[in-house]
Ligand binder design. Sequence first.
Ligand code: HEM
Length: 385
Amino acid sequence: MNPALYARGNPHEVWRAMREAGPVHHQVARTGAEHWAVVGYDAGRQVMHDWKVFTSTRGALLREDDNSAPYPGAGKMPVLTDPSRHTELRRAVAQLFTPRAVEKLGALAGEVAGSLLAELRARGGGDFVTDVAARFPLAVQAEILGIPPEDIPVIMEATGRSVDEADHGASGHHDVMTYFLKALGTRRGEAGRDLVGTLLAARAGGLPLSDEEIVLTCDNIVVAASQTVQHALNGGLLALLEHPAAWSALREGRVGVDSAIDELLRWTAPATHVMRTAVRDTELAGTPIRAGDAVAVWIPSANRDAAAFADPDTLVLDRAPNAHLSLGAGMHFCLGSALVRVLLRALLTDLISADTSLALAGPPVWQSTWAVNGMRSLPVTVVPA
Ligand code: HEM
């Protein structure tokens, strides 16, 4: 949990050394907060699947000060609930994100990707992060999320702040929630097929959701929808530009886009960890864990565990099988997983079929956080294909 370790991207050499010593390690942050770091694949999967032992209701992300303090929003949004409330909350919004529902966004995603990339090409290059990746996810998803076009910049800015470690993203989450609280005031009683309308109409256990649950669920989904996708795009493009043979294979159709998407997700792992809290004394890969202990699965490490992936440090775009943990596993498996594929496919398809290609025009600037593997800047220039 030292941000400096992430200044040049993920600290894979640290995780490799940890995995070689064992799958589970006790960690103490500089501030004194403790957790069990799960760096192995099997143990990571076990934590994600076994909600009866590892609850999400005490937080799903590590904190620097005290992992056992009450977690804001706990028990009231999908990612911070266990069954049966989790099942009810997830069911309330799942219809918006089924593969069938999001496939309809494919054409719009193609148009948005096309116009953002055309602008970048017309300028001869630019910053892929700010010019393309940061703008793309919300532009495609705004309608489904119930955000009118004029409000997109406000939400984009607030979700950006929500992953800031300085104040645990409090000010960003606050602004996203205030926005949706206001929307509830004007939208109540009005039918709607977007996120807010669906949550207002939802019944869980026969009762409407509380305003607090609705606003927190909007925050959960809108932050997830805007932040992680852009980092998959940035990291995915960087991986392709750094691996010219893989990039050519993709452009020439020798490997399929869908398997490439999974390998780029394994490789980039935009969500760096998920946290759980043990509800009783237990054992994880032979390590005793006590009730109340925080346990974090370090996803990029699990994704490079040689026990689960052949040649894990090589980018293999047609890797099969590829059961990476980048979208989680078990009941909290990413609700937006089908949408992620629609978005990545649209952008990759445009890059692949273009007459020109992109090349790095300078080093990437990493966000240097231990919660999200992302970049602040990725300078690119347009080059002949
Ligand atoms: C590449 C992009 C994405 C990545 C890497 C990602 C990653 C993840 C991960 C690791 C989890 C599991 C959290 C846990 O177990 O505690 C998760 C859950 C979730 N994701 Fe995503 N996500 C992405 C995109 C999206 C999008 C576009 C949406 C929009 C709908 C979304 C909505 C959610 C929600 C609502 C949950 C909580 C589900 C639950 O608790 O049942 N994600 N995501």
